[in-house]
Design a protein around this ligand. Sequence first.
Ligand SMILES: [Zn+2]
Length: 143
Amino acid sequence: MSTATKVWTRENGIIEKRDLWAAMRRGFRSRCPRCGEGKLFRAFLKTADQCSVCGQDFTGHQADDLPAYLVIIIMGHIVVPLALFIETNYSPPVALQLSIYLPLTLFGSLALLQPVKGAVVGLQWALRMHGFEETPADGIPPA
Ligand SMILES: [Zn+2]
């Protein structure tokens, strides 16, 4: 058995850049940001412990409340201009407007929450944020 030691040079220490947009797209589709094949979620908003295909560990991600804030911003930019446009041009009864806007906001938010959380996890993975630092599986030892 060889006892050759590995010499770490500057070139060896350069970390491979991860594709931010590809990782966010994969996360948005609820797929592993690393391989794009394995499932990212095991429940509606619970991430899997690891990717079933490439083994990427997801336990360290810290999306916290960012997906909810982003969904509020996105839905606010859809529903509020729509409500203003309809009110200024057609002025339908308030009950009719509420019967459209409230379910639209509720179901639109629920529909966006998982994809947006996946994109946030993909962003954190691509930027090597806390929980997604280099691991020996990446071929680079942790700092
Ligand atoms: Zn994977």
